[in-house]
Design a protein around this ligand. Structure first.
Ligand SMILES: *Cc1c(COP(=O)(O)O)cnc(C)c1O
Length: 370
């Protein structure tokens, strides 16, 4: 994997926006301990810059999907708690213990296997129980099995039983029946059991809209930290959220065309007389959809459409007049009072803002900004 630092294309993660969004969430949920989900390259924003921004913003722990992501965070010297949300093969339990990474337990079989693999480990493995209340993804679905597994783990020196969680399938919608069903199931499965010290149910949406219905001393935020309003404005006005991601580049070639010059593969665009066309070093190889054609980027406070089929590494922009090579081009973010968001790009190409972020390739360099 190559990160391109010798072209002017970059993603900037705003530290102050991350902090603002996390502070809002902590306040809404009255949370004492906040995990930030930085799985899948931090929703595409960049695992390390986002983790660093989160640590500076006072987040208490980082949640990832896969042990490798946790180890990458440890490698840059981040020492706060890390939780792996997905299932880790038990053979890697000693590695997780060595790096102080908490793993999620979804059934007794895994506990049995990890008890064996951890036998020679000199450190206890921190574990977090997953309870399935209706997501039907991973976790205990049976009260007795859960009770037995909790008791079993408590009795093994190789485990430090830290947490228990469930995850909601629908917490960002005005239709709350399924959400309420999951809360009821949570109570059926866990009430009266001796639970670990860290109990966490809420993702961003549950923390923001349902804090009075569930325990929220500990929450797992994701979406909101990335400047995406989880309900897309349906349950709460977006104004409390600050966009986090800027995607910008520079014009690296500018020319004036003749009437009827065809631009890019397949000539889907023909220039008008004396039209100025700019080229930018960013393409669908960087994770933008080819449907981004027609989307308006911002150059010195003017909206300029991307024209012609996006190429893998380069795209063309119709300019209202000549701009010098090196002029900044904002695809996502603010520029001279105008702004494009992940939502705007998503709406143009027909995908969610989450997917726009996730698709951004590692080739684009990520930096932390104010
Ligand atoms: C991704 C994830 C989160 C964060 O969810 P958001 O909806 O993005 O806030 C929380 N918990 C689990 C188990 C997850 O997989």
């Amino acid at each position: 994997m190559v990160v391109a630092v010798t072209r002017p294309t970059r993603i900037i993660v705003s530290k102050s926006a991350v902090k603002h969004n996390l502070d809002e969430t902590r306040k809404s949920a009255n949370a004492e301990f906040m995990w930030l989900a930085v799985k899948s390259n931090a929703y595409g924003f960049g695992l390390i810059p986002m983790s660093q921004a989160a640590v500076e913003a006072g987040v208490d722990g980082l949640a990832v999907a896969i042990l490798d992501e946790a180890l990458a965070i440890r490698q840059v010297g981040i020492t706060i708690p890390i939780l792996v949300l997905g299932i880790t093969p038990a053979e890697y339990a000693p590695l997780a213990a060595e790096y102080d990474v908490m793993l999620t337990v979804a059934n007794q079989t895994w506990l049995d296997q990890a008890t064996t693999t951890l036998a020679k480990s000199d450190k206890a493995l921190q574990i977090n129980f997953g309870v399935d209340t209706g997501m039907n993804r991973i976790g205990f679905t049976d009260r007795e099995a859960l009770a037995n597994a909790l008791a079993f783990a408590d009795n093994q020196k190789v485990f430090d039983v830290v947490g228990i969680m469930t995850h909601f399938a629908e917490s960002d919608s005005p239709h709350v029946d399924y959400f309420h069903g999951q809360i009821a199931r949570w109570h059926e499965l866990t009430d009266g059991l001796p639970l670990p010290r860290m109990v966490h149910l809420a993702n961003s949406a549950a923390a923001l809209y349902h804090a009075d219905e569930i325990p929220t001393e500990v929450i797992r935020a994701g979406t909101i930290a990335y400047g995406i309003e989880p309900s897309q404005g349906e349950l709460r006005d977006r104004s409390y959220v600050e966009p986090v991601l800027t995607l910008e580049t520079e014009l690296n070639f500018v020319k004036q065309c003749h009437e009827g010059d065809g631009v890019s593969y397949g000539h889907t665009y023909y220039t008008s007389e004396n039209e100025w066309i700019g080229t930018i070093p960013l393409g669908y190889g960087d994770g933008l959809s080819r449907k981004v054609q027609g989307f308006e980027v911002i150059i010195e406070g003017e909206r300029c459409p991307l024209i012609g089929k996006p190429a893998m590494d380069q795209m063309m922009v119709a300019l209202p007049h000549e701009f010098p090579v090196g002029t900044k081009v904002t695809i996502i973010g603010k520029n001279n009072g105008l702004e494009n968001t992940l939502e705007d790009v998503g709406a143009h190409v027909g995908i969610t803002p989450w997917e726009v972020g996730i698709h951004l390739q590692e080739r684009i360099t990520r930096v932390l900004g104010a």
